[in-house]
Design a protein around this ligand. Structure first.
Ligand code: PLP
Length: 436
C-alpha cells in the first residue's frame, strides 16, 4: 500500500507524516514471524514494540480472550470479575517483595500517570525526579516527567520534574569510569534531593534498564543506592518496567537483578504479551493502606477490562509455566555473544550492551573517539534508512539515532537469532560502505 493511502485518514505515530515511507500492511503472525498482505515474511527481533513476549499465535492467550469475549466482554469498572480478581492475585505473586495491590489501566503511559498521581497524594509532596534518558509515556503528565526529547514539543508541560543524569557508562556524563567512579551519578541524586528540599520530593522514577533511550544497564549498587536515598528521605521509588517487566531482562522484573523492591512497579506491554492493551501500577502496603482511608479519585472506563484481565492471566501463567524469564536469560546470553562477534568485525559497533533479551548496539563513526554515527536527537534520515533496509531484508528491529535495539519474543530460538544476526551483519557492512 502506498504511503498516501496508508495515512490518508489515520496518523502515523512518531512521524512527520509526509516524510513517511510506505509501510507494509501486516496481516498475520506465528511464533517469531509475521507476514504482510503480499505474503512477505519478517523475523521479529523487536517483539513488535518490546511487548509481544510470547510471540504470535499463543493458543492459551488467544483462547482466554475468545472465551472471555463470549462470556462477558464489558464491565463497569466499579464492579469486578473473576479475571480481574485472579490477575490481582497473580501480580502480587510474581512481583517482588510486598508489592501486592494493582491499579489497572489501559497502557504504560496511563499506569505511570497513576503512579505519579498516587505518589503525590500519598506523600503530600509535588516533585518527581527522573532521568534525562528516559521515556515514561506520551500523555502530558508522562511527557513532562520523562527526559526523552519527544517531550520538547509539548513543553512547558506539568511543573514539578527535576532531572538527573543516567548511569551511562559508555559515555559517562561526569567523564568517570566504573568502578573507580564509586557510582558518582547515583550519589549526585542525593545532592539533588537535598538542593531541591527532600520535603518537596514525592518520588524518584527510573526505568531500571532504560528502554528506548539507550538500553542502559546500571552497574551493581546503583538501584540499591537509589532505594537507600528514597528510604532516607521518605521518597517513593517508582520502577517503570513497562519494557523490562515479565522476563524481558532474564528475571521476572529488572529490579530482581539487584534485590530492590520499588514502592510502585509500573507495568504494561508484556503483561498481556501485547495481545490486548493493559497497564498496571502495583503498590506496596503503605500506599494501599493510604487509600483504605482516603478517597482514590483515579479511574477510567476500562479499568480492569475483563478481556484484558483474562489475557493477562493467561500470559502471566505462560511465563510462569514455561519459565520464560529463565529462557530469556539463556537466550540473552546467546544473543549478546552473537552481537559481540559482530562488534569484532564491524568498526561501526562502538558498544554492545543489554540484559536478557533486551539489547542494543551503539553505532559510531570512530571507535576510538566514540563519535556517534548520528548525534543524539538528530533528524538525520540515516537511522530511518537503516531500519528500512533491515525491514526490506525481512527483519524488524528499532533504530533510533545511533542505536540499534533488539528485543525479540522470549520464545526465540538460536536459529532465529542467527538468522537475524546475519541480516544485521549484512546491513552494517552496507552502512560502513556508505551504501545505506
Ligand atoms: C519505559 C516505558 N514506559 C512507558 C511507556 C508508555 O507505554 P504505552 O506506550 O503503553 O503508553 C513506554 C512505551 O514504550 C515505555 O517504553
Amino acid at each position: 500500500m502506498d504511503a498516501m493511502t496508508a495515512r490518508a485518514h489515520v496518523f502515523q505515530p512518531w512521524a512527520t507524516q509526509e516524510k513517511e515511507d510506505s509501510v507494509p500492511v501486516i496481516d498475520r503472525g506465528e511464533g517469531c514471524y509475521f507476514w504482510d498482505s503480499e505474503g512477505r515474511r519478517y523475523l521479529d527481533l523487536l517483539a513488535q514494540i518490546f511487548n509481544v513476549n510470547l510471540g504470535y499465535g499463543n493458543r492459551r492467550v488467544i483462547e482466554a480472550i475468545q472465551s472471555q469475549a463470549g462470556r462477558l466482554s464489558a464491565l463497569n469498572p466499579t464492579l469486578t470479575s473473576a479475571p480481574r480478581i485472579r490477575l490481582g492475585e497473580l501480580l502480587a505473586e510474581v512481583t517482588p517483595g510486598d508489592l501486592n495491590k494493582a491499579f489497572l489501566t489501559n497502557s504504560g503511559s496511563e499506569a505511570n500517570e497513576m503512579a505519579f498521581q498516587m505518589a503525590r497524594m500519598v506523600t503530600g509532596r509535588q516533585k518527581i525526579l527522573a532521568r534525562y534518558r528516559s521515556y515514561h509515556g506520551t500523555t502530558i503528565g508522562t511527557f513532562s516527567v520523562g527526559g526523552d526529547p519527544r517531550r520538547l514539543r509539548s513543553e512547558p508541560g506539568v511543573p514539578g520534574t527535576v532531572r538527573f543524569f543516567d548511569p551511562y557508562c559508555y559515555r559517562c556524563d561526569y567523564g568517570l569510569t566504573f568502578p573507580a567512579c564509586d557510582l558518582h551519578c547515583m550519589r549526585k541524586v542525593e545532592q539533588i534531593v537535598q538542593f531541591e528540599g527532600p520535603e518537596s520530593v514525592a518520588a524518584i522514577v527510573v526505568e531500571p534498564v532504560t528502554g528506548a533511550n539507550g538500553c542502559i544497564v546500571p552497574p551493581d549498587g546503583y538501584m540499591q543506592g537509589l532505594r537507600e536515598i528514597c528510604d532516607r528521605y521518605g521518597i517513593l521509588l517508582i520502577a517503570d518496567e513497562v519494557i523490562d517487566g515479565f522476563g524481558r531482562t532474564g528475571k521476572w522484573f529488572a529490579v530482581d537483578h539487584w534485590g530492590v523492591v520499588p514502592d510502585i512497579l509500573v507495568l504494561a506491554k508484556g503483561i498481556t504479551s501485547g495481545y490486548v492493551p493493559l497497564g498496571a501500577a502495583v503498590v506496596r502496603p503503605p500506599i494501599a493502606d493510604y487509600f483504605e482511608r482516603q478517597y482514590l479519585p483515579l479511574g477510567c472506563t476500562y479499568t480492569g477490562h475483563p478481556i484484558a484481565c483474562a489475557a493477562a492471566v493467561a500470559a502471566i501463567s505462560e511465563y510462569r509455566d514455561r519459565d520464560l524469564p529463565a529462557r530469556a536469560a539463556t537466550m540473552g546470553g546467546y544473543l549478546m555473544a552473537g552481537l559481540r562477534t559482530l562488534q569484532e568485525t564491524h568498526p561501526s559497533v562502538g558498544d554492545v550492551r543489554g540484559l536478557g533479551l533486551l539489547a542494543c548496539l551503539e553505532l559510531v563513526k570512530d571507535r576510538t573517539t566514540r563519535e556517534p554515527l548520528v548525534p543524539w536527537n538528530s533528524s538525520d534520515p540515516l537511522p530511518g534508512r537503516i531500519k528500512r533496509r533491515l525491514l526490506d531484508r525481512g527483519l524488524l528491529a528499532y533504530v533510533r539515532w545511533n542505536m540499534l535495539f533488539l528485543s525479540p519474543p522470549l520464545i526465540i530460538s538460536e536459529t532465529e537469532i542467527d538468522e537475524g544476526l546475519a541480516v544485521i551483519d549484512e546491513v552494517l557492512g552496507e552502512v560502513e560502505a556508505g551504501k545505506v
